[in-house]
Design a protein around this ligand. Structure first.
Ligand SMILES: CC(C)(COP(=O)(O)OP(=O)(O)OC[C@H]1O[C@@H](n2cnc3c(N)ncnc32)[C@H](O)[C@@H]1OP(=O)(O)O)[C@@H](O)C(=O)NCCC(=O)NCCS
Length: 371
């Protein structure tokens, strides 16, 4: 059992001010409901016989530094770096959207695996910033890559890659897919209010992809947990643009199509979620922190990562971070970090890698992957 200490009781009940309305009633967002946010559950599963055959990442060329945002929007100098550890992020140029980022990441993954994309028989894309509400971003990626396979999106916000990975791995483990392409991609710069210091500078654009193929019986997810708690909706959500509140002129004028975030309470939830879910997965496999070769966790805020790792007794050299350069790229964050770590020689066959994502929903997903 991993030993930890630190804050355990959360004041999430305060996170209720921006609750979505339905028929005049406040929905899953009353004080009582939100105060119950993060009921992690104890269900975990195992999924072996799957391997990562290739990884690829892609970020747009346009670098946007904190200094540029400070000059452009009057943000408090040094605030973003001090509160998040983020120094710069990438923004997709006009005319480039999530599917374009995903296509580039997929091509890079195929190249690294020396796998012909014609062999791909399943495509799952994790994204919460689709090019269109309909059709799915996966269909656009499928078309652009000329794939002959089923293609669908998984929407679990910043846990999107973990959800997509676990979904595709089921097909591979069962023998119903021989080569599955899993992509996590988001174009966050399009959904944040650029003038909002507490939200916009935290996010960036990018995509990451893996190709999954049948592995030996020791490879794959030794243990994983996927979780969701919709009681946390008002902590991180986009009020307008869906079927409840369409993107009317009034909604757009009010900025309700932008991502709304209760950063303070997301912060506290994230520290606890990350700590609890990693501890659970390690516990279930009887593994200790020292048995894990590398920790790749969602790149949201370096303070969230540092606090959680400290509580779990994980030293910083066992964690691969890149949020300093890319910010929070949502579903792309874990595969982008994985791609970098792999290319730096930090992941090798037989290694045990802990992957953990968390985000809007609330959702979370953690997997202990034997490479
Ligand atoms: C937006 C943000 C940068 C603002 O930074 P900030 O002003 O320094 O942080 P805040 O004060 O808003 O919130 C941090 C809270 O966590 C608390 N906290 C600090 N260390 C903590 C720890 N180890 N464990 C739990 N909570 C902790 C702080 O005390 C503070 O709560 P308080 O105001 O009740 O004292 C920050 O809130 C944030 O990054 N939130 C998470 C955003 C995020 O990652 N979103 C995407 C999720 S996928």
């Amino acid at each position: 059992m991993v030993q930890r200490s630190g804050p355990s009781s959360l004041d999430v009940a305060a996170a209720t001010d921006a609750a979505p309305e339905r028929n005049g009633r406040t929905r899953p967002s009353s004080d009582k409901q939100v105060s119950n946010v993060f009921q992690p559950g104890r269900r975990t599963h195992s999924l072996l016989g799957v391997q990562v055959a290739g990884i690829g990442g892609y970020v747009p060329d346009v670098v946007v530094t904190n200094a540029q945002l400070e000059a452009r929007y009057g943000f408090e100098p040094g605030w973003v770096e001090q509160r998040t550890g983020i120094l710069e992020r990438r923004h997709a140029p006009e005319g480039t959207a999530t599917a374009d980022l995903c296509v580039e990441a997929a091509r890079n993954a195929a190249q690294s695996a020396r796998i012909d994309l014609d062999d791909v028989d399943l495509l799952v894309v994790g994204t919460f910033t689709p090019d269109y509400h309909c059709p799915s971003t996966a269909c656009l990626v499928q078309h652009e890559l000329g794939l002959d396979c089923p293609a669908f999106d998984v929407q679990a916000a910043c846990s999107g890659f973990m959800y997509a990975l676990v979904t595709a791995a089921q097909f591979v483990a069962s023998g119903n897919s021989e080569t599955a392409l899993v992509v996590g991609g988001d174009c966050n710069s399009r959904i944040v209010d650029p003038t909002d210091q507490r939200t916009a500078p935290l996010f960036g654009d990018g995509a990451g992809a893996v190709l999954l193929t049948k592995g030996d019986p020791h490879q794959g997810l030794l243990c994983y947990q996927l979780g969701a708690d919709g009681g946390g909706t008002p902590l991180l959500y986009r009020p307008a643009g869906g079927t409840l509140t369409p993107a009317t002129a009034d909604a757009l004028a009010a900025g309700d199509h932008y991502l709304k975030m209760d950063g303070r309470n997301v912060f506290k939830w994230a520290v606890r979620a990350l700590t609890d879910t990693i501890e659970l997965v390690l516990d279930r496999t009887g593994m200790a922190v020292r048995d894990v070769d590398l920790f790749l966790v969602h790149q949201a805020n370096v303070r969230i990562i540092d606090y959680a790792m400290e509580q779990l007794g994980i030293s910083p050299d066992r964690v691969h971070n890149n949020l300093q350069r890319f910010g929070n790229t949502s579903a792309a964050s874990i595969p982008l970090a994985m791609d970098e770590a792999y290319r730096e020689g930090r992941i090798n066959r037989g290694d045990t890698v802990l992957l953990s994502g968390f985000g809007a929903g609330l959702t979370w997903g953690t997997g202990l992957f034997r490479w």
